[in-house]
Design a protein around this ligand. Structure first.
Ligand code: SAH
Length: 482
């Protein structure tokens, strides 16, 4: 470790900032937040610093830097563009044993100022040892989104109750187990929702119960269409807190890889031809794990409430008195449209989108074909690829023009995404010619034509031209297209 990290208590202590520009101003502001007594030395001050001086928040020496000004300083920050002056200040620090930071100069600095995430009273500081401040900044951005705002209140609450907890659990092991159990419960959720009083009650309840039975919960999480970047932060959090993950086969490996390592993963889902039995088996599994007090994540492709049987699962959980939550996901229609460059609505082409499923509908069910076939509307069809022929025939039969554009998106948002475009009357033929496989989503309507010009992800759309009619090996045909 090149640098030794410390958190300094600067309340009421003098810090000298040399420089009068924007950088000095930023440093002064950060120091003021830590309640330091800030003294600025510079011949000229920018507007921000002048305003701070005016308001009496900083002391100012107008003029050049002199050694005497550093007399009572605990720290010095050199924020001037004059390297010789910065070096002189650093040398003074060395001699007088006052720590000096020279902004953006790791070489001259005796201490570095880290990138910071502030979740008061929790502070996370990141340093790259001066090697690559940009990396620290990028890392901070990542962590910012992960460390939600419940961590501050959590630390404040546990800080407040720390004495009582230590008295109740004298043995360190017991104390650690208590904290782990506490954090797995609803505490963080309560804090996130701003229900501080209930959160405090969670802690008291946990302390009151001798052998508190962990209450099981099922979180229905939408995993999105495959690209792990499309998972929500709540979804990611749920995956990190899970004991068991019951996931659909449609959920991508990349998303599963984000889950807690020691969470048990169980692939569940529709075996062809046996929907009912599988759904019952899923219900039974959720119930069993939840009753064991587990934190269960039921992870579904796309959004759990869009053709995902999420409603049925919640009804079941409710009927059995199991607590549940729902985290929405990006549904295939939205993701496929975005990743194929097809705006689902467009002022000139469509102001209505219909999300429909052709599963079992086309052959057995009786959809409102008249409505599905309306012009200047967008139809997003979740389906089995085998239903395309029927779909095409019925839409045309009910008045949709044969020349209506479509975009058929296979593996939307994933590495192997393919988009096949054409006219409605060629839908089935082109799907066969390109050997489109599940999962695939058909977008039918005037907007689909935009895929040709707005595509941005993966290989360009495949159409009717000879070159794009490749043998049924998606990866090879993609390479041939590129
Ligand atoms: N709940 C899911 C849909 C489940 S139904 C959601 O909201 O997206 C399954 C159908 O969704 C598939 O047959 C396919 O039509 C569509 N689908 C799901 N993921 C897809 C993907 N990555 N690319 C294309 N279609 C997808």
């Amino acid at each position: 470790m090149k640098l030794y990290p410390i958190f300094a208590d600067l309340r009421g202590r003098t810090v000298l900032v040399v420089g009068g520009g924007g950088v000095a101003e930023r440093k002064a502001m950060a120091l003021l937040e830590a309640h330091a007594r800030v003294r600025v030395v510079a011949p000229v001050l920018n507007d921000g610093l002048a305003a701070l001086a005016e308001a009496g928040r900083i002391a100012v020496h107008r003029g050049g830097f002199e050694e005497g000004q550093a007399q009572d300083a605990w720290l010095i920050i050199a924020a001037t563009a004059d390297r010789a002056l910065n070096a002189r200040i650093a040398e003074l620090g060395e001699r007088r044993r006052v720590f000096v930071n020279v902004v953006d100069d790791a070489e001259l600095s005796q201490f570095h100022v880290p990138a910071v995430i502030d979740r008061g009273p929790v502070t996370v500081a990141i340093s790259s040892g001066g090697a690559a401040p940009m990396v620290s900044r990028l890392l901070r951005e990542r962590l910012e989104s992960w460390l939600d705002h419940s961590w501050g209140p959590l630390a404040a609450l546990l800080g407040h109750m720390r004495g009582a907890i230590a008295a109740r659990y004298r043995e360190p092991g017991a104390r650690r187990r208590f904290y782990e159990r506490l954090l797995r419960g609803p505490l963080l959720d309560r804090l996130r929702a701003g229900r501080d009083a209930e959160a405090a009650q969670c802690v008291r309840d946990a302390m009151a119960s001798k052998q508190p039975a962990a209450a099981g919960v099922v979180v229905l999480v939408g995993a999105g269409p495959g690209d792990p970047g499309l998972l929500t932060l709540h979804g990611l959090r749920a995956l990190n807190e899970a004991d068991v993950i019951l996931h659909d086969r449609l959920v991508s490996e990349e998303v599963l890889a984000l889950a807690r390592r020691d969470a048990e993963r169980v692939a569940v889902g529709k075996e062809a031809g046996n929907h009912h039995a599988t759904q019952e088996a899923i219900h039974a599994l959720m119930l069993r794990y939840a009753r064991e007090g587990k934190h269960v994540v039921r992870l579904k492709g796309g959004d759990p409430f869009v053709f995902g049987r999420g409603g049925e699962e919640l009804e079941f959980l409710r009927a059995h008195g199991i607590a549940y939550r729902v985290v929405p996901g990006i549904t295939a229609a939205l993701a496929c449209a975005a990743y194929a460059g097809v705006p689902l609505t467009h002022r000139e082409h469509a102001s209505t989108v219909r999300l429909v499923t052709a599963h079992g509908q086309v052959s057995g069910g009786s959809p409102d074909w008249q409505a599905w076939a309306r012009e200047r509307e967008t139809l997003a069809v979740y389906m089995g690829v085998s239903e395309l022929g029927q779909l095409q025939a019925r839409l045309i039969e009910h008045g949709r023009a044969g020349h209506t554009p479509f975009a058929l998106v296979e593996n939307g948002s994933r590495m192997g995404q393919r988009v096949v475009t054409g006219r409605l009357d060629q839908l089935d033929t082109l799907a066969h010619a390109h050997a489109v496989r599940s999962p695939a989503l058909a977008i039918i309507g005037e907007v689909a034509a935009l895929a040709g010009s707005l595509a941005w992800f993966g290989a360009p759309p495949l159409g009717t031209d000879e070159a794009s009619l490749c043998p049924p090996a998606p990866v090879i045909s993609l390479a041939a297209q590129a």
